[in-house]
Write a protein that binds this ligand. Sequence first.
Ligand code: F2R
Ligand code: MG
Ligand code: MG
Ligand code: MG
Length: 354
Amino acid sequence: ESSLVKSKFRGSLLGSLIGDCLGAPFEGDVVTSGDKIILQKYFDKLQDSNFKGPYKQYTDDTAMMKSVAKFIIDKPEPDYKFLAKLFATEYFSEPKRGYGQNVIEVFHKLKNSKFENIYKPATEQFFGSGSYGNGGAMRIAPVALFFHDNYKLMLEVAINTTKITHTNILGINGALLQCIAIHQALLMDPENKIDPIVFCKKLNEKMKELEKVDEDDEYDLDGTSKAYQDSLEIVEYLLEKEYNDGLDEEVIEKLGNDIRAHKSVPTAIYCFLRAQSEIPKIDTSNIFRRTIQYAISLGGDTDTIACMAGAIAGAYLGEDAISPYLAKQCEFYKEVLEMADNLFSSREGVSMKC
Ligand code: F2R
Ligand code: MG
Ligand code: MG
Ligand code: MG
């Protein structure tokens, strides 16, 4: 039983890395009609045991996820100043990993203020409204895994790790949704088929608890406070729809495929759920590969949407479902597996102390 959980830790972090590395070359792409064929060939080639190419490099998604993992592994009692320092150190040692345009201001301010108030720089982003980029969500996997048997603490840590860079409610709730999606997938038996609608409804029940809607708030005219529960309704609607040639365009139009959390996290969840059964023009019987390949086929923020979908798929399926040939194409894959094992074993240490 504990070996299954360990395999799920590995699967989730590896899934996150593979989505980032394989999706990165396509980030910002606009989808065109031949893309599914090109992607099919790209994946067939990468998965061929004889193929030897240069590593696919990871981006900010993995760079920041590394820091979140280290923050948990090195200090079991959450030390958010330590995490802020890890984020900044990682950024200044390798600034060219494709970070968001604005988040780098936070790193500079943190450093210049000697990490005096680690939450202040993020609150100043976007004229005080805070970032709703998907940067909080893309790096959350280690939190969902490590704290999976303490739901309340998991949510608290997810919020506090996100707020160092993202304070807009959409940025925070997006990270929470990604976190609970990984958590819910982790608790599923990979021997049992997932019912996408049931999975989505269950997630939405939890999201309704998290998105506290104030019915009397006259300022919330655009429904920001319940953006994610509304999006999950759309996920359900799209999952129930019969396949047609325009379906993917409708997915992009209704759920989004860009760097905003509310226009990418629900999309990643949809990708994972849609990939539980066959998808036209994606020729593979492997659910993990289908998830990543489909996520990338939607274009836009491909590294991040594939990274988030991959983290969920890996948490459900475990490491065994992931082709080692695909993993071996990614820079840092050995280190990510080591990170997953360290995350798993530091957890055992903590529960023994209790
Ligand atoms: N930065 C990128 N990719 C470059 C963009 C791709 C390009 N379009 C292309 O064609 O290739 N990728 C990485 O950034 C995303 C994560 O970003 P993060 O960490 O959330 O950063 P940031 O800067 O806080 O937010 C990102 C952008 O979102 C918009 N935004 C956020 N909050 C806003 C607000 N309150 N008001 C207005 N705009 C807001 C801004 O445009 C931010 O720059 C991942 O995709 C990662 O891979
Ligand atoms: Mg294209
Ligand atoms: Mg990136
Ligand atoms: Mg991205």
